[in-house]
Design a protein around this ligand. Structure first.
Ligand SMILES: Nc1nc2c(ncn2[C@@H]2O[C@H](COP(=O)(O)OP(=O)(O)OP(=O)(O)O)[C@@H](O)[C@H]2O)c(=O)[nH]1
Ligand SMILES: [Zn+2]
Length: 384
């Protein structure tokens, strides 16, 4: 593994780091402090302006990300193993390393302190370096590698990251029973466009219809660059293609209740369904009140993310004016609208409406757009 030594970086620490430690927490706190002290530079000092301006020097490498700069802390890599967070709840996470061993992990204090928000310090999907401790597969997460992508809910200020390093979203709809609603596909697509995640549209239960009827719809989405696969669990159609699209990737499955997600997962890998059932059982028992993401490994390679909370991707924080930006087929035409703030509804001289009239944008997509900005598109039903 290439080792790039970092430089000294001054970082501002959060106020809560200064919190008084209650007596009964002292022991763990002291251990944390001892661990951290190895990495602390002698120049650490209070600035004199109180808690909020406390700075500390750490050794690390700065990475530019969309949200600013992220610091990857230098650690003693020789005693660490790389792994993947397969689930994370509060301060406890389960990490799987390359040979398949799973470790129950706590998070090093410095990792928590450096995160913008404690809740998002470690999330399912994170690539981490862990340092085993004790003999019962216990370890400490020493470092979280920069996240390539993530799915979150909530607004910027109280964002809750559900899962990170997603490669693709598999949007499952059924050809019939329940009948296919194209605007629901479009709604799901907005979520993945927003998260910068590639989308695969899976039309299941194709055995119930004449596939020829779906050709125009397939054309619309394929032309926009989405992968589209027609499947039938009962007849086995399309399953090998779906399996190959998932191979080596980390995929999130989303779709309405009853479209056949569980049946598809079972076709892909029997183990997946068993694990999924276990998780929903735990949820039902109320053992886990919060919805959290779990990564399930596919035996042929790759991961599927399952959580009731992400099964039905909601349009968490998309405002109507943003919607056009997530309709990739509209983008070439919005610049041709006379009004820069054109909503492409009632305005005259609208580039989008012109494109619809000339069949450059499909009517079905335009209808979806209108439904979505009006807020009366079908809402995915939450699966509890
Ligand atoms: N005809 C037909 N039926 C299917 C197919 N796939 C699934 N089904 C049936 O559709 C129903 C719902 O399937 P599930 O796999 O439970 O659907 P789901 O999307 O996981 O639903 P939730 O768990 O509620 O989110 C079941 O009765 C399946 O047997 C298919 O390809 N063709
Ligand atoms: Zn317009």
């Amino acid at each position: 593994m290439a080792k790039k030594k970092g430089k000294k970086i001054r970082v501002a620490f959060k106020k809560n780091r200064q919190k008084k430690v209650r007596k009964n927490k002292l022991a763990s706190h002291q251990i944390d402090e001892q661990v951290d002290s190895q990495y602390r530079d002698a120049s650490e000092r209070l600035t004199g302006k109180g808690d909020l301006t406390r700075h500390r020097t750490v050794m690390g490498v700065e990475h530019e990300t969309e949200d600013g700069t992220e610091i990857v802390i230098d650690i003693d890599e020789q005693n660490c193993i790389p792994g993947r967070v397969i689930r994370s709840q509060g301060l406890n996470s389960v990490v799987q390393v390359e040979d398949g061993t799973r470790y129950e992990c706590t998070i090093r204090r410095l990792v928590r302190t450096m995160s913008r928000d404690d809740r998002n310090a470690v999330v399912a999907g994170d690539h981490v370096l862990i340092r085993p401790e004790g003999d019962e597969h216990q370890a400490v997460i020493e470092r979280v590698e920069p996240r390539r992508s993530y799915l979150s809910r909530g607004s910027k200020r109280r964002e809750h990251i559900l899962v990170s390093n997603i490669d693709q979203a598999v949007i499952v709809v059924s050809a019939d029973d329940p009948p296919l609603k194209p605007s629901l596909i479009d709604r799901f697509l907005i979520s993945s466009e927003k998260g910068n995640i590639h989308s695969i549209i899976c039309i299941n239960k194709i055995d119930l219809v004449d596939p020829v009827d779906f050709q125009p719809l397939i054309g619309v989405y394929a032309q926009m660059g989405y992968d589209i696969v027609l499947t039938s669990v009962t007849e086995g159609t399309g399953i090998p293609r779906l399996r190959s699209l998932l191979k080596g990737k980390q995929s999130v499955f989303s779709g309405q209740s009853g479209v056949g997600k569980s049946s598809l997962l079972n076709q892909i890998d029997e183990r997946l369904l068993l694990e999924t059932a276990e998780i929903s059982q735990e949820n039902r028992k109320g053992r886990h009140t919060t919805r959290f993401a779990v990564l399930l490994e596919i035996s042929t390679g790759g991961w599927v993310v399952d959580t009731p909370g992400i099964r039905q991707l909601e349009l968490w924080d998309v405002i109507p004016a943003e919607v056009e930006g997530f309709f990739r087929d509209f983008i070439p035409f919005v610049t041709q609208c006379r009004f820069p703030d054109c909503s492409h509804t009632h305005e005259t001289d609208c580039g989008v409406k012109r494109a619809v009239a000339h069949d450059f944008i499909s009517r079905q997509r335009y209808q979806s757009y209108l439904k979505i900005i009006a807020g009366d598109e079908p809402r995915p039903v939450y699966h509890q």
